[in-house]
Design a protein. Structure first.
Length: 109
């Protein structure tokens, strides 16, 4: 059976996260995006220490769409090098997994 997949990424702001997330939902690549505003970041970038405010995006999809979701994020993302982590849950509530699979069923890997 297909496994759930969570995708963690960050965006420069909530509107960008919601816009990209909505396009991925409409395409059937993800079932949902949760956007957490107000994250503050300190990071190294091209030899300098930077600070910024970002929004976290947690996307819910299935393992079989990992490559398509990655490509879709990279194509739309405003960052030169977006952070994209794939997190494979050990298990999921059956109804939650059914919902994710149902909402992404039109997309084949």
């Amino acid at each position: 059976m297909e496994r759930p997949l969570l995708v963690y990424t960050t965006f420069p702001d909530v509107d960008t996260a919601l816009s990209i997330g909505e396009s991925l939902v409409r395409e059937g690549l993800i079932a949902c995006i949760n956007v957490l505003p107000g994250m503050r970041s300190v990071y190294a970038w091209k030899g300098a220490i930077e600070r910024g405010e970002e929004a976290v995006g947690i996307l819910k999809t299935r393992k079989g769409l990992q490559e398509q979701v990655q490509a879709g994020l990279k194509d739309r993302h405003p960052y030169e090098t977006p952070v994209i982590f794939f997190i494979e849950p050990e298990s999921a509530d059956a109804a939650t997994l059914d919902w994710i699979l149902g909402e992404t069923a039109g997309k084949e890997p």
